[in-house]
Design a protein around this ligand. Sequence first.
Ligand code: TYD
Length: 214
Amino acid sequence: MSGRGQFITFEGGEGSGKSTQIARLAEALRGRGLDVVVTREPGGSPAAEILRSILLGGHAKMDGPLAEAALFAAARADHLASVIRPALEAGSIVLCDRFADSTRVYQGVAGGIDTATLEQIEAAAIGPTWPDLTLVLDINEKTRTERRSARTGESASDRFEDEDGAFHAAIAQGFRDLARREPQRIHLIDAGGSMEVVSERIEAEILALIEPAA
Ligand code: TYD
């Protein structure tokens, strides 16, 4: 549930092209005169960005996935309070790169934290501000490894990118399972095609949400 705006989150494994696609979508929506706020997790607000550097730097890895889940949730609570809710209340479309479904998959499915525990953490951190729509950019393992080797040398890898292929396959499957369990909110997008084709798929989903009668 959200205020007057629309809260849209993007999920997927590494190499799914989320950030490129979010930037393209934001430009397309702004071109239609819409007010768009682009943000990301972990981070998106000053306090949450500090937690981001702790988490992606691997400094909380030794404390285990439960501690990491709690830190991701703490960052999320601050991000919601200082950026997301105010933007929704102002009527903006909020495009957020990752949100709570990442915790469910990375710390839950891959990290082994049980659903009941994660639901308690979610309830405390998120309250009623769940996304109106979540798009999972889905790619297979072959595409992920191809995209990753094409990117080698561009930027240093982080705590999660360093995990092995089995980890990334489990992540992709975890998101597919979430989409099956919550088909109304979570839609799977085939992100294996060209950038333009994937953008068209995403725009069609978003326009169906914001202009349902069109
Ligand atoms: P980021 O650099 O934003 O990369 P990506 O392009 O993959 O989104 O890295 C965020 C990393 O943090 C990513 O590997 C997923 C992980 N993560 C979690 O494990 N739990 C979470 O709740 C969130 C939001 C992210």
